[in-house]
Every structure is written in structure tokens, then in C-alpha cells.
Design a protein around this ligand. Structure first.
Ligand code: DGL
Length: 265
């Protein structure tokens, strides 16, 4: 048993989609969310630069007493996960994996689409995952050009968001993809737009965050790190940007919570 917090890190607001799932599945765990904000977006930065930013972030979370870190960013996972696991070798670290496996198991057309940032798609992690699970199917990939910026600017419910997503999604669907993997943690914030675009077209959108939260639970089990039953958790939000951005993280996190409450009651 261990009541120390779990650290959750992303380039910005996107990792809150994973934070939300961790909270849902493990409500007794305290969480410290670090949304860089100052250097977002990471998507087109060189891998070496992302490694340095991820190192700084994990160092900060460890200094704040985290018992585990979730790299809730596909781009940082692709660029830095091996480096981080080697450097912080006693710390359990969970990364994001592109959900090619579940998509390839469920496709009926034999074609899946993967949306992610440029750095995620050209990384070894994606290449290996696609080769392993996507060997017998066609994997179409596209960079979600402009998606992260829309979410960071809080413009995900606009006409502009609809047009931006449709421009990228339509060619995948026309190419036969019936499973579309969200390979960037910012993209689930655009789910209502995705759902409108795919409505009636036999396409499923795959969000890997519930599976990542389950993996967090497995690692808590294996390392005997779960918080005590009945522990009252806290949630903190930190950033490398300014106080205004920190408040936005907090607001966005609990705004989602209200939406979830609205959905389930
Ligand atoms: N949320 C991030 C990801 O999952 C990165 C977005 C960005 O900073 O470009 O890839």
C-alpha cells in the first residue's frame, strides 16, 4: 500500500483524457497532472528535444514524490520512453501505445486508420506496433494537422474543428478504414466532432485511454503501490507555462468531470 500520488504528464491539455480514465478506474489514487504548456505542441519537434522535455517533466514529478509516472502523450512516449525507463529504472512508467492491436482485431474491412502527430508516426514504436499487429491488414496513417492547436485553444466545438477533422478523416474512410485509432491524447477532446463525421458510415473510433488506465492498475498491483482503501485522494495540476495555463488545466479537467456526471446521471 502506498498513498503517494501518480504523476500524469503530457505536452499540454491532451493527457487529461487519460487522467480522466485513471480517476474513473482508480478513484482512491492521488494524481499530479503536469501539462507542459510552455513547449506545446511537441508533435513536430526533434526527438532529442522531446526527450529533454520529458526528462525534465519526470524529474519534476519524482521530486514531488510520485510513485509512478504515466506519460500520457503518444509523442513523448515515442521519443523518450526507453530513455526514461533506463534513467528512472526503479520507477514504474506507463506509456501510450498506438491501439493498432484492438483495431486490427475488430476491423471487418481489413483497413484501419491511425491518426497521430508526425513524430509519433515516424517513430520506431509505431513502426514496430504496426508491423506486429497490422501485418495482415492495411494501416492508413495521417497526421491530425491542426487538431492539437484546436484543443489547446478551446476551439474543439467549432465549425472550424469540424472542417479540420473532416478534411483528414474523409480520405481514410473513403480508403476503407472502419476502425480509426486516436494516436494522440489530445484527439479524444474532439470525439463529438469525430462521432458526427462518422455517423452512419460503419466506422468505430478507438480511444486507447481506458486500456492505459487498466495498465496503470496492473502496475500498481504488481508493485504493491495501490493507495489504502478509503484513502482520500487529492488532484494537483502543474505546468511549465504560467499560472493562467495551470488554471486552464484544472478547469478543463473538472469541466470533463461535469460532462461525465451529466452523461451518467
Ligand atoms: N498529446 C500529445 C500526444 O499524445 C502531443 C500533442 C503535441 O504536443 O503535439 O501525442
Amino acid at each position: 500500500m502506498d498513498n503517494r500520488p501518480v504523476g500524469v504528464y503530457d505536452s499540454g491539455l491532451g493527457g487529461l483524457t487519460v487522467w480522466r480514465e485513471i480517476r474513473r478506474q482508480w478513484p482512491e489514487e492521488s494524481l499530479i497532472y503536469l501539462g507542459d504548456g510552455k513547449n506545446c505542441p511537441y508533435g513536430a519537434r526533434p526527438a532529442e528535444e522531446i526527450r529533454q522535455l520529458a526528462d525534465e517533466a519526470v524529474e519534476k514529478l519524482v521530486a514531488m514524490g510520485c510513485k509512478m509516472v504515466v506519460v500520457a502523450c503518444n509523442t513523448a512516449t515515442a521519443a523518450a520512453i526507453e530513455f526514461l525507463r533506463a534513467k528512472y529504472n526503479t520507477l514504474p512508467i506507463v506509456g501510450m501505445e498506438p491501439a493498432v492491436k484492438p483495431a486490427s482485431l475488430h476491423t471487418r474491412t481489413g483497413v484501419i486508420g491511425v491518426l497521430a502527430t508526425a513524430r509519433s508516426l515516424d517513430g520506431d514504436l509505431f513502426r514496430r506496433t504496426a508491423a506486429r499487429y497490422g501485418a495482415d491488414i492495411r494501416v492508413l496513417t495521417a497526421v491530425g494537422e491542426g487538431f492539437v492547436e484546436l484543443v489547446e485553444a478551446n476551439r474543439e466545438h467549432t465549425r472550424e474543428a469540424f472542417d479540420t477533422v473532416r478534411r483528414i478523416l474523409d480520405p481514410m474512410i473513403e480508403g476503407g478504414a472502419d476502425q480509426i485509432v486516436l494516436g494522440c491524447t489530445h484527439y479524444p477532446f474532439l470525439l463529438p466532432v469525430f462521432e458526427r463525421i462518422v455517423a452512419g458510415r460503419g466506422v468505430t473510433i478507438v480511444d486507447p485511454s481506458p486500456a492505459v488506465a487498466r495498465r496503470v492498475g496492473q502496475l500498481l498491483d504488481q508493485n504493491d503501490l495501490h493507495a489504502e482503501p478509503g484513502h482520500t485522494p487529492y488532484c494537483d495540476f502543474i505546468t511549465f507555462a504560467d499560472e493562467e495555463y495551470r488554471k486552464r488545466l484544472e478547469y478543463k479537467a473538472f469541466e470533463q468531470d461535469e460532462n461525465i456526471a451529466g452523461e451518467t446521471h
